[in-house]
Write a protein that binds this ligand. Structure first.
Ligand SMILES: NC(=O)c1ccc[n+]([C@@H]2O[C@H](COP(=O)([O-])OP(=O)(O)OC[C@H]3O[C@@H](n4cnc5c(N)ncnc54)[C@H](OP(=O)(O)O)[C@@H]3O)[C@@H](O)[C@H]2O)c1
Length: 216
């Protein structure tokens, strides 16, 4: 399959791309800095310059091209203020799903966050971040495309455990980024799009079994 990854230089995305290419998929990596192109090539992706905050619809459609799967893995990041939470985590994701629909992709996947189901109404950065994720998820749910909304708990850089708990609602917890990447690879590998909103933390179930149907 052809997979477009938006935010392809992020930690999760950089672990995911080699998993996808090892499985025989082609990856277009969308990044906003040409200085990241060599890293993307070494991961096995074809780099495409695309700043999700400023890109127009036609240019984004060209960047996504004929991808079967579009993954939104970008994020404004911890150092950013509320404006960028809205312009990247909310508006960037909404642009991405609209483009996935226009370009005829079969499956849209977004890395959302645990807590986006019921974001606090405050205006501190973290609350705005969860509000942005919630608005993006709502747009994804309403779009005319099969979509997986993945909501991991707190991300760590620990070594992958290979075991997770994934369900519509799980106890708060954390999960290594490498396990989130492995879950994304498995969701893409399964080919039949997982049209679900899933919370995800480390757990006791091997990833493949945790994503097998019937789904909790
Ligand atoms: N931290 C947590 O505990 C937690 C928990 C749940 C979910 N999440 C979410 O998980 C997702 C991925 O996590 P991660 O650790 O892989 O994130 P990450 O390493 O911070 O990667 C995010 C990527 O988004 C890119 N990006 C930012 N603005 C962009 C723009 N305008 N256009 C294109 N790309 C842009 C960044 O590129 P640059 O190098 O150009 O900045 C960066 O490579 C994020 O959405 C995050 O919010 C985080």
């Amino acid at each position: 399959m052809n997979v477009a990854v938006i935010g392809a230089h992020g930690s999760i995305a950089r672990t995911l791309t080699p998993l996808l290419t090892q499985n025989g998929h082609s990856v277009r990596g969308l990044v906003r800095k040409e200085s990241q192109f060599d890293d993307l090539r070494s991961d096995g992706a074809a780099p495409v310059l695309c700043d999700i905050e400023t890109v127009g619809a036609d240019e984004l459609d060209r960047a996504i091209g004929d991808s079967d799967v579009v993954l939104f893995a970008a994020g404004a990041g911890p150092g950013s203020g509320p404006e960028r939470k809205l312009s990247v985590d909310r508006d960037g994701a909404i642009k991405a799903v609209e483009s996935a629909v226009r370009t005829g992709a079969k499956h849209f996947i977004i890395v959302s966050s645990m807590g986006a189901d019921d974001p606090p109404a405050d205006d501190d950065d973290f609350s705005v971040y969860l509000q942005a994720k919630a608005a993006a998820d709502e747009a994804v749910r309403g779009a005319d495309i099969s979509a997986t909304i993945l909501r991991p708990g707190r991300l760590t850089d620990d070594a992958p455990k290979g075991h997770v708990t994934a369900a519509q609602s799980v106890e708060r917890g954390e999960i290594p980024r490498a396990d989130v990447a492995a879950v994304l690879a498995q969701i893409i590998e399964q080919r039949s799009p997982l049209d679900k909103t899933l919370e995800l933390v480390s757990g006791d179930t091997p990833i493949q079994a945790a994503l097998a149907s019937p789904f909790p």
